[in-house]
Write a protein that binds this ligand. Structure first.
Ligand code: GLU
Length: 429
């Protein structure tokens, strides 16, 4: 098996759980195949005057437990197999945190950095037109993922609504507040990462305030996780973006770094002392290191919060962290998992660690259904309750003793829940 094929990795993660899950072989086989994947061709006239033909996908993996749910990513490395793997992971994620949703994912092959805002709007509208036959407030509800954001969701919502002839806010989540978004959605994934990291420390009877943390990726997820872990007393010693990584064993000044990045700054500029902010709380530029070096730092917790497939056969032996909390989807390959599991490195799997985003998406969808909005405190309390009980259930399964690692315990629960839904519903016709 190619170590870097995300769909093969997802199937192998399922296979590891099969012997422990109370799921018949027939249903298990059914769960290995997406229900459908739509491929769309998207010609867009760019601001440059050129017409470029983009390719996009929407994979609907499984809907036994409810409407399909999952983000849309814009990235040059998007492939059909990757979108299908991500849609599978959404299915196991929604089942594990017990949301009444199935799993889906969308992707467009593009380099957003090379596109103007106008190009991105046109591409988003064309993509929405392409997949509008599949999506809908009760059928399949997209949300942000890599390189998409509340503005992208606003364009999707508007395009879908124009065809319907009336406003349909509930067709997407992760919307701006003014269009029916919920407070707390932007920070939700990072908040969930921070909550499960704290829970893991409690479980291991370790003190988070004495822990060092390295976070690969300082985008929406990594930066919010960094701020919350910093607030919780942990020492965030390293983080990174595409330009490079920064390391300070005494702990980074997360708030200055956050303000610099919020103002459009790169980590590389930060390590050079080229800051975009005037107000520094406690600035020390730190040491410039590479993204690869960040992964193998001697820290208590490693949080991959960028792309999939970064912890592999090639570097698993060099990982020195005692625990890994997967903020990204699919950052650890199965080959690496086996190596790390043998070394008793605790991994909080992606389908649990990064579920905060889809949990708060669900809360947004519920508020849209109720035509009623909740305050931030209610949203955050409900997020904590839901991700906390999924964490406890996963630990309970793992503590029974037979299952080798937390990912397999989480998969066992998710597969059983999805299989039960299939069994109750039966086959039609
Ligand atoms: N893209 C996020 C994820 O991978 C959120 C999906 C959603 O909110 O539907 O979990």
């Amino acid at each position: 098996m190619a170590d870097d094929d995300p769909f093969e990795n997802m199937l192998a993660q399922m296979d590891r759980a099969e012997e422990f899950a109370d799921v018949t072989h027939g249903v298990f086989e059914r769960l290995k195949h997406p229900e459908r994947t739509l491929k769309v061709t998207l010609p867009v006239e760019l601001d440059s005057g050129d017409v470029e033909v983009f390719k996009g996908y929407r994979c609907q993996f499984d809907s036994a437990r409810g409407p399909f749910k999952g983000g849309v990513r814009y990235h040059p490395s998007v492939t059909q197999e990757e979108v299908e793997a991500l849609a599978g992971w959404m299915t196991w994620k929604t089942a594990l945190v017990d949301l009444p949703f199935g799993g889906a994912k969308g992707g467009v092959i593009c380099e957003p950095k090379d596109l103007t805002d106008n190009d991105l709007e046109n591409l988003t509208r064309r993509y929405t037109e392409g997949i509008r036959r599949l999506i809908g407030p009760e059928t399949d509800v997209p949300a942000p993922d890599m390189n998409t954001n509340p503005q992208t969701m606003a364009w999707m919502m508007d395009t879908y609504s124009m065809y319907e002839g009336y406003s349909v806010p509930k067709v997407v989540t992760g919307k701006p507040l003014e269009l029916g978004g919920t407070p707390g959605r932007i920070a939700a994934t990072g908040r969930g990462v921070s909550i499960v990291t704290e829970r893991l420390f409690d479980y291991l009877e370790n003190d988070l305030s004495e822990a060092s943390v390295a976070i690969q990726g300082f985008g929406n997820v990594g930066s919010h996780a960094a701020r919350m872990l910093d607030d919780a007393g942990a020492r965030v010693v390293a983080t990174s973006d595409v330009s490079g990584a920064v390391y300070d064993p005494d702990g980074l000044d997360v708030s200055t770094l956050g303000a610099h990045v919020d103002a459009g700054g790169l980590i590389e500029e930060y390590t050079r002392g080229d800051l975009r902010v005037e107000d520094r709380t406690r600035w020390d530029e730190g040491q410039a290191i590479s993204n690869e070096e960040l992964l193998t730092l001697d820290v208590d917790v490693l949080i991959p919060a960028a792309v999939e497939g970064v912890i592999t056969n090639d570097n698993a032996d060099d990982i020195r962290a005692n625990a890994i909390v997967e903020a990204a989807n699919g950052p650890t390959t199965v080959a690496a998992d086996e190596i790390l599991s043998e070394r008793d490195v605790q991994i909080v799997p992606d389908i649990l660690a990064n579920a905060g985003g889809v949990i708060v998406s669900y809360l947004e969808w519920v508020q849209n259904s109720q035509e009623f909005s909740w305050p931030l405190e209610t949203v955050n309390a409900e997020l904590e309750r839901r991700i906390g009980s999924a964490f406890d259930e996963t630990i309970e399964r793992y503590d029974e003793g037979a299952i080798p690692d937390l990912r397999t315990a989480a998969y066992t629960l998710a597969l059983e829940r999805t299989a039960r839904a299939h069994e109750y519903r039966g086959l039609f016709p």
